[in-house]
Design a protein around this ligand. Structure first.
Ligand code: NAD
Ligand code: DAU
Length: 339
């Protein structure tokens, strides 16, 4: 794997992956990032990386004339490019169908044509949600690779569609691909529209944090560096046409996460507003990552959530220029929906 093509590598999870590979895998001679630089992508996310090893091509994964020559030169393609935010998908689904479905189709067609290895980045949300747990048996119930696809939002339905395309291309056209479905990531470079950065930057701006509905919804948090490490392992050692679920046993309610942010930022525990809930809001996500441990000997490393959150808060505190413009636009958009 000397030459990688990372689609969506200027977004949150993709940029963290590019940084991880540059820092830990000197055998990768070159990474080309293909990114449309939508509202969510930034050149700044790749700042400071060695230009002889990383270059950015600004372009659309739906455009075969851009995609094909880049795929032809690559040993492997990792696809992070996506429309990624549930709330936006509820307002305007069209770009989700275009990028997540048509974009994936365009990439896998090119990989099939040139016999290039493909890894598809996906989400646990393709499995829908689990009920809020009340018994030990409920807590033990988690998503597995055998769980039924049952997406709730336009975003998760578009990601589910893209997963199904990848499986079909493996079976019908011999595409050499793997898929990973990861739980909620946190860490640096995450857009301020997302839960954790939104609340951190709210506190930094003197705005009261905003909790949707009851705040009892549960997300399964993983540090984005653990996600990157896992994707690399799957790229190297994953079995063709296999799905790997990535999660770090990080289940917490939104309310608990918010209260921890408030504590770490020296605020009163009740200094937040409960706002209009997200329509169709998924209740609980929980990943059973047994297959990763069994097949690849994988385990999460960054499991101290409080320390990870402390570092993330410090990153946003230290990089106001990175998020300030997005913050104003994001809050104006949320305000239109009473959120
Ligand atoms: P993001 O919105 O921060 O980044 C997406 C990137 O894709 C941006 O740089 C954007 O410019 C680029 N992009 C969008 N449309 C494009 C197009 N048509 N052509 C080329 N580039 C395009 O998203 P993220 O949170 O980094 O998520 C990346 C991937 O990881 C997504 O597939 C998402 O489903 C998956 N994922 C994310 C999480 C999470 O918690 N953030 C968890 C599991 C899986
Ligand atoms: O599970 C993986 C998914 O995690 C990824 O596929 C998505 O790309 C990623 O955005 C994330 O989806 P969520 O919808 O879980 O993330 P979000 O940060 O939007 O919200 C996390 C939880 O916090 C969710 O239950 C909604 C709630 N929330 C969100 C915001 C923005 C609030 O309570 N208040 C808020 O202001």
């Amino acid at each position: 794997m000397k030459n990688l093509l990372v689609a969506g590598g200027a977004g949150f999870v993709g940029a963290n992956f590019v940084r991880y590979v540059v820092q830990t895998h000197p055998e990768v001679a070159h990474i080309t990032v293909l990114d449309k630089l939508t509202y969510a992508g930034k050149r700044a996310n790749l700042a400071g990386l060695p230009t002889e090893r990383v270059n950015l091509v600004v372009g659309d994964i739906c455009d075969a004339t851009v995609v094909e020559p880049l795929v032809q030169q690559a040993d492997a393609v990792v696809n992070y490019a996506a429309e990624s935010h549930n709330d936006r998908s509820l307002e305007e689904p069209a770009p989700f169908i275009q990028t997540n479905v048509v974009g994936t189709y365009t990439l896998i067609q090119a990989c099939t044509k040139y016999g290039v290895r493909y890894h598809h980045i996906s989400t646990d949300e393709v499995y829908g949600d689990l009920p809020l747990p009340t018994t030990p048996t409920d807590w033990a119930t988690k998503f597995t690779p055998e769980s039924r696809y049952q997406p709730s939002s336009p975003y998760s339905a578009s990601k589910a569609s893209s997963d199904l395309l990848v499986h079909a291309w493996c079976r019908s056209f011999g595409l050499n691909a793997t898929i990973s479905n990861c739980s909620n990531n946190y860490g640096p470079y995450q857009h301020v529209e997302k839960f954790i950065p939104r609340q951190i930057t709210n506190v930094l701006c003197g705005i009261r944090p905003k909790l949707y509905g009851s705040g009892r919804n549960i997300r399964d948090w993983i540090h984005t560096t653990d996600h990157s490490r896992t994707v690399w392992e799957i790229l190297m050692r994953g079995k063709p046409d296999n799905t790997y679920l990535i999660g770090a046993n990080g289940e917490r309610s939104n309310r608990d996460v918010l209260r921890l942010i408030l504590k770490l930022m020296g605020q009163p525990q009740d200094a937040y507003d409960q706002v209009t809930d997200r329509p169709g809001h998924d209740r609980r996500y929980a990943i059973d990552a047994t297959k990763l441990t069994r097949e690849l000997g994988w385990y999460p490393v960054m499991t101290d959530f409080e320390q990870g959150l402390r570092n993330t808060i410090a990153w946003y505190r230290q990089h106001p220029m990175w998020w300030r413009d997005d913050k104003a636009a994001t809050e104006a958009r949320y305000a239109q929906h009473g959120q």
